[in-house]
Design a protein around this ligand. Structure first.
Ligand code: PPE
Length: 313
């Protein structure tokens, strides 16, 4: 269980952690009608700072738009609420989870009469794939489950229902002794992990599946695009056949929770030499130096929590 903080934000009000409850017949429970986000706030020398807040809020609004959900709050209001939430809970580093659901109103698939409720919670969340994952890498498998197909559940929306597919991928992987599973898309090309985007490196070039391969448009994914450009490492979005995973020099996951996590084996085949590769390490360093406030925030990716400022990214 996450360690409770004092407050959760609900439709513009701060409420006690224990009071963030919903009725069992809320639309979301039967029909999965929920869009959400996952955002990290990092401890920096100048206090807590939220990473790419504006981009996460934008994706939340995009997810809501795809599902015809009116959140009733602007991007600025949501961003401000998140800054305030970290402040009132007095946290240095945490993970924020804004959640918009279709609530309690009517039964039946059509959600028209059910109110949209917006909540934002935060808690302290450590390393997603284990403490040593960032340095040692993780052992993963290719899932027997296929990622959600185009024009079924929209992959560009970060919707709770998509995570039923993710749960199948994750449970199968963990049951079989792996840290995570990589799903292929409906055409058999590499898609992504249950909760991470995927990159591979071969001959000094970075490859990642395009958005059309049923991947979430990850914000860490986009961060890697920008960091790779700065480091002058070529990067291409391209369809990736499964077997390319086995002959890559390096493979890594990206995600808000997973950050940049090296993969050291896939289906028990070693990736490269079976340890974190040099390009993965360079990207990790560039990423962590920025989020930890060691390198200058030249992209304007960090929103400080303690100073009275608005969103800067
Ligand atoms: N793909 C999926 C399916 C996914 O869930 C995530 C985030 C990503 C890619 C990476 O996106 P981004 O965080 O914007 O770089 N997964 C979130 C959920 C983790 C959870 O277990 O809950 C996350 O990393 O916050």
């Amino acid at each position: 269980m996450p360690k409770p903080t004092e407050k959760i934000w609900h439709n513009g009000q701060f409420i006690p952690w224990e009071e963030a409850r919903i009725h069992i017949l809320s639309h979301v429970v039967s029909y999965g009608s929920c869009v959400f986000e996952g955002i990290r706030c990092y401890a920096t020398p100048s206090g807590p700072a939220i990473f790419r807040l504006g981009d996460h809020v934008r994706r939340m609004l995009d997810s809501a738009k795809i599902y015809r959900m009116d959140l009733g709050f602007s991007a600025e209001q949501l961003a401000e609420a998140m800054v305030e939430l970290v402040r009132v809970n007095n946290l240095e580093a945490c993970y924020l989870r804004p959640i918009a659901i279709r609530g309690y109103g009517e039964m039946g698939v059509h959600p028209g009469k059910n109110p949209v409720e917006v909540y934002i919670a935060c808690w302290e969340w450590g390393k997603y794939l284990g403490d040593e994952a960032l340095t040692q890498g993780v052992d993963v498998c290719v899932s027997s489950w296929t990622r959600i197909a185009p024009n079924t559940l929209p992959a560009l929306a970060k919707a709770a229902a998509n995570y039923m597919n993710s749960q199948l991928i994750k449970m199968e992987a963990v049951t079989n002794g792996y840290a995570e599973g990589i799903a292929l898309d409906a055409n058999g090309y590499v898609s992504e992990g249950s909760g991470e985007n995927l990159f591979l490196v071969r001959d000094g070039k970075i490859l990642t599946p395009p958005l059309g391969a049923s991947v979430l448009p990850g914000i860490t994914r986009d961060t890697v695009f920008q960091l790779a450009r700065d480091l002058e490492i070529p990067l291409t979005e391209t369809l990736i056949p499964r077997e390319m995973l086995y002959i890559a020099d390096e493979v890594f996951f990206t995600g808000t929770a997973a950050e940049i996590t090296p993969i050291r084996s896939i289906d028990r085949i070693l990736v490269g030499s079976g340890r974190r590769g040099p390009i993965t390490e360079r990207l990790q360093k560039a990423f962590f130096d920025i989020v930890n406030g060691i390198a200058p925030d030249s992209y304007g990716w960090l929103t400080p929590v303690r100073q009275p400022v608005g969103v800067n990214s």
